[in-house]
Design a binder for this molecule. Structure first.
Ligand SMILES: *[C@@H]1O[C@H](CO)[C@@H](O)[C@H](O)[C@H]1NC(C)=O
Ligand SMILES: *[C@@H]1O[C@H](CO)[C@@H](O)[C@H](O)[C@H]1NC(C)=O
Ligand SMILES: *[C@@H]1O[C@H](CO)[C@@H](O)[C@H](O)[C@H]1NC(C)=O
Ligand SMILES: *[C@@H]1O[C@H](CO)[C@@H](O)[C@H](O)[C@H]1NC(C)=O
Ligand SMILES: *[C@@H]1O[C@H](CO)[C@@H](O)[C@H](O)[C@H]1NC(C)=O
Ligand SMILES: *[C@@H]1O[C@H](CO)[C@@H](O)[C@H](O)[C@H]1NC(C)=O
Ligand SMILES: *[C@@H]1O[C@H](CO)[C@@H](O)[C@H](O)[C@H]1NC(C)=O
Ligand SMILES: *[C@@H]1O[C@H](CO)[C@@H](O)[C@H](O)[C@H]1NC(C)=O
Ligand SMILES: *[C@@H]1O[C@H](CO)[C@@H](O)[C@H](O)[C@H]1NC(C)=O
Length: 803
């Protein structure tokens, strides 16, 4: 039996596990809004929480008045009120001998109650009445152990028991004889101690209730009264109130011994069973010690033996103790979640036990226990599971095994709080699935690219950790107690190579990159060379590198530019920065920026063998030639564009009468600009050399194809020069290069031609030669190629080819 605190009728936690859980609430079943049913020894009223509201008040009604059933009044008058923790149902159990019940010859009982509720601030009163007739006849003695009181009733035609304890009996009689008056008097006994008799009315003010019905004498007492005492019977704690009621009617002294005794066992929890014990003999005056029958039930109703066995209820007798064991999840019980930091659960079982015993005088005593058994708090973990499928690019986290009285009320995704009702519009989804076994689960899905997902470099993995931290807020209802379940899931992602932000300026291109902690994984390179302060200095790049960022300014015409879309208005310059792995072999990223530029003069030599040049004629031709009337060596190669002072040539290196000068390490293509006299017929002889040469020089090592009519391929851009004959005539637009210094190896001429042939007589077959083998032959044997290649023997160090 649970320890009952009569002060507030709350029942302290059942077991010795020190749970400190206060239960002022009991069990329930599903009922109609207000339902009344007659049990064997009490009426039960159940009220739906929707009707009951927060503070329902029962009033007992009789012909004379109404009596609010307060906690204290209930214990005195035979009422028990409790609330189901799970469903919120409110129950009133009223003993058939409760104070304000109409009793017709102990066979028909009529109850009248008012139920006052206040669900929406408006008081509503329900008038309730019910008539019950117990189906089981009253035994000679009935003891009922309710949660808040003990009640004993004896048949009033009961004969006095044959006292086995004569001493006690004599003491009582002696006292009764001397103090008995015609008023009924009460005398309490605490074990061997006999207290002074008091008047019935005085006992009544102390909370004891005596009643004489048609055929029975009723005595009721709350637990923990001053005159009660605790003892051990067969090792089980028992609370006893023993009183003798007597009255002297002329020469007869009437005495009745009334003993209320209940097991105070708090129960224990072992191996999945809740076990409750009661002594077979609660008190020598209460239960006889032979022919004891025990039946077990739930919720105030006994169940049949077979059903009890099916449900796993076990009744055992050891020595003189009855042990009742109920599987903690057995039918008839209820579970409840509770938060003590983490989630716990406990089970409540509304045990109902009937014990019938027969004593030596063949009198039957019927004991009933209506009690709550409560398990200790049992850990009840929920769990999370990572159900992410990488291919879906969505984090999927499963939160499972959530009891039905626990709801997910909020989710923190990397600290961003989303609360119920969950909507899908924020990019993530939260879905709930309810199962038959009174659990439900949730699945949270957050796409990898959701704004709350974080990406952080992990040094040990050398990878980006794409991570989401989920903190579930779970709430136990109806108490609204919160607990948290936390998990982190992540996936690793290859970090992206650095990228530069690039802007155009008038004089070049500015690249900027903010350092990231993992940029050490790569090298920055320009072409095939790693960008270092030394390289920047060598190429005249302007590099600033601090702890925050790297800024690289590449002035126009420095190494690494490519030019295209030439027109007299301007051209496009492109610069590319590469990101390579530490072996410098694989390019893993790049930033390319193309900017429009203007320049008065420019010459560009492309990797695919095109020469483009904008030439200012006014600087070179004193009398101001007309740029539109210029041409190259091949007079049919005129400018693509011309204005008053400048013209644009764009042609293949191997065309327009260019010559190639071949040195050991470099080859230089050269053409010359001629101008037609004004009004002169446009022919070769009418052209005048302007003194301007256009040159493109390529390193041979980077050339794949040379002297081919149709193909040209170089690893690098050529270096262009616009050369003006005469003093200070060379104006270098691009980086200067001393060609004579590099064309050192004398190449014996094999050709007898002394004059350039401007136009070849026949076309060569389509094809090209690989430069490395060409070079080998050149250096070893000193002979040149046999097509369109004319050597000037006088040029000491230079092979010349004319196209
Ligand atoms: C008892 O309740 C019923 C309705 O449940 C009502 O019809 C009847 O009048 C009530 N009787 C008394 C005496 O209040
Ligand atoms: C019954 O009582 C005896 C003697 O007191 C004791 O030795 C024995 O262990 C008890 N049996 C049980 C099952 O408690
Ligand atoms: C969110 O999306 C899931 C799956 O697409 C769906 O099952 C769920 O009903 C949606 N919830 C809401 C509130 O729209
Ligand atoms: C409840 O049912 C679900 C679905 O069948 C299952 O995954 C889960 O493990 C079950 N939980 C318990 C506590 O039995
Ligand atoms: C989860 O959220 C709650 C409430 O904000 C907080 O108290 C708790 O520390 C969080 N848990 C973790 C592991 O971050
Ligand atoms: C979660 O699952 C993903 C995909 O299977 C996996 O990559 C990851 O390592 C798992 N674990 C965590 C803690 O995220
Ligand atoms: C590029 O221009 C933008 C806009 O003017 C400016 O915010 C940014 O800082 C510039 N970046 C560099 C590398 O100059
Ligand atoms: C720039 O400086 C950082 C250190 O601040 C260094 O790790 C990095 O290599 C430097 N970059 C270049 C291109 O010099
Ligand atoms: C180079 O010379 C070798 C023999 O010395 C000859 O077989 C080969 O064809 C020559 N290569 C070229 C490209 O002329």
């Amino acid at each position: 039996m649970l320890a009952v605190d009569t002060a507030n009728t709350s029942v302290t936690m059942a077991f010795k596990f020190g749970l400190g859980l206060l239960l002022s609430v009991w069990l329930c079943t599903n009922c109609h809004p207000i339902h009344m049913d007659c049990h064997e020894r009490f009426l039960r009223i159940s009220v739906d929480p929707a009707v009951a509201g927060n503070d329902p008040l029962f009033e007992a009604v009789d012909g004379a008045s109404v009596y609010p059933i307060t906690t204290q009044y209930a214990a005195v008058c035979g009422y028990t009120i409790n609330v189901c923790p799970l469903s919120g149902f409110v129950f009133l159990k009223a003993s058939y001998f409760s104070c304000h019940t109409e009793n017709q010859v102990d066979e028909v009982f009529t109850f009248y109650f008012n139920l006052k509720v206040n669900p929406d601030g408006k008081e509503v009163t329900y008038s309730l009445n019910k008539t019950c007739s117990p189906s089981v006849p009253w035994s000679a003695r009935e003891v009922t152990c309710m949660m808040n009181y003990m009640e004993v009733s004896v048949s009033s035609d009961l004969v006095c028991p044959t006292g086995t304890r004569k001493d006690d009996w004599n003491a009582v009689i002696q006292t009764a004889y001397t103090s008995a008056t015609s008023d009924w008097q009460v005398m309490f006994h605490r074990g061997k101690e006999h207290l002074q008799p008091t008047r019935l009315s005085e006992a009544h003010t102390q909370g004891y209730m005596f009643d004489l019905t048609e055929r029975r004498l009723v005595f009721r007492t709350p637990y923990g009264q001053p005159d009660s005492y605790s003892t051990q019977m067969s090792g089980v704690p028992v609370e006893v109130v023993h009183t003798t009621l007597f009255s002297r009617q002329s020469w007869v002294v009437i005495m009745v011994d009334l003993v209320a005794a209940c097991s105070m066992d708090e129960g224990s929890f072992n191996n999945g069973y809740i076990t409750w014990e009661t002594p077979e003999v609660l008190h020598p005056l209460v239960s006889g010690n032979y022919n004891t029958q025990v039946s077990v039930g739930v919720n105030g109703e006994l169940v049949e033996q077979l059903v009890a066995e099916e449900r796993g209820y076990v009744v055992e007798k050891h020595n003189a103790t009855v042990m009742i064991s109920i599987p903690y999840k057995a039918d008839g019980g209820q579970r409840k979640s509770s938060v003590m930091g983490d989630l716990y659960e406990y089970y409540i079982f509304p045990l109902y036990v009937e014990q019938i015993s027969e004593d030596e005088d063949h009198m039957y005593t019927r004991l009933r226990f209506d009690n709550m058994l409560v398990t200790p708090l049992l850990p009840r973990p929920v769990f999370t599971e990572n159900r992410t499928v990488l291919e879906d690019r969505v984090f999927t986290v499963y939160l499972g095994d959530v009891p039905e009285d626990v709801k997910l009320t909020a989710v923190q995704l990397n600290g961003c709080i989303y609360t119920v009702p969950f909507i899908n519009s924020s990019g993530h989804t939260i879905t709930e699935v309810v199962h038959d076994n009174h659990t439900h689960d949730y699945t949270v899905q957050v796409p990898f690219d959701h704004h709350v997902v974080t990406e952080q470099f992990s040094r040990e993995d050398e990878a980006m950790k794409v991570m989401i931290d989920i903190n579930f807020t779970l709430t136990v209802l109806p108490e609204n107690e919160h607990f948290y379940q936390h998990t982190s899931v992540y996936t690793l992602k290859k970090p992206s190579p650095p990228e530069f932000e690039a802007n155009c300026s008038e004089t070049g291109i500015i690249f900027k990159m903010d350092h990231r902690p993992f940029d050490y994984l790569w090298f920055i390179s320009i072409g095939s060379e790693r960008l270092t302060p030394e390289l920047a200095a060598e190429h005249k790049y302007n590099m600033r590198n601090d702890s925050q960022s790297l800024v690289l300014e590449v002035p126009l015409f420095t190494d690494g530019y490519q030019y295209k879309d030439f027109s007299l208005k301007g051209f496009l310059g492109t610069f590319e920065i590469l990101v390579r792995d530490h072996e410098m072999s694989n390019v893993q990223g790049s930033t390319v920026k193309t900017c429009p530029f203007t320049a008065p003069e420019i010459i560009a030599c492309s990797t695919d063998g095109m020469m483009a040049a904008i030439v200012d004629l006014s600087q070179s031709v004193a009398n101001g030639g007309i740029p539109a009337r210029t041409n190259l060596v091949d007079k049919y190669c005129g400018p693509k564009e011309a204005d008053d002072t400048r013209m644009l040539f764009s042609f293949s290196l191997n065309s327009c009468g260019s010559i190639a000068k071949l040195g050991k390490d470099y080859v230089t293509y050269e053409n010359e600009i001629f101008i037609n006299e004004l009004h002169a017929p446009r022919n070769l002889f009418g052209s005048t050399y302007t003194g301007i040469k256009l040159q493109c020089t390529y390193p041979l090592a980077g050339l794949h194809r040379l002297f081919s009519k149709y193909k040209f391929e170089s690893d690098t851009e050529g270096v262009g020069r616009i050369v003006r004959d005469g003093a200070h005539s060379t104006e270098v637009v691009q980086k200067p290069m001393e060609i004579t210094a590099v064309l050192q190896t004398p190449v014996p001429a094999t050709s007898r031609h002394t004059k350039p042939v401007l136009k070849p007589a026949h076309r060569p077959p389509i094809g090209y030669l690989m430069v490395p083998s060409l070079l080998k032959n050149l250096s070893k044997k000193g002979w040149c190629l046999n097509f369109f290649c004319f050597f000037y023997p006088n040029q000491m160090s230079t092979a010349r080819c004319k196209f």
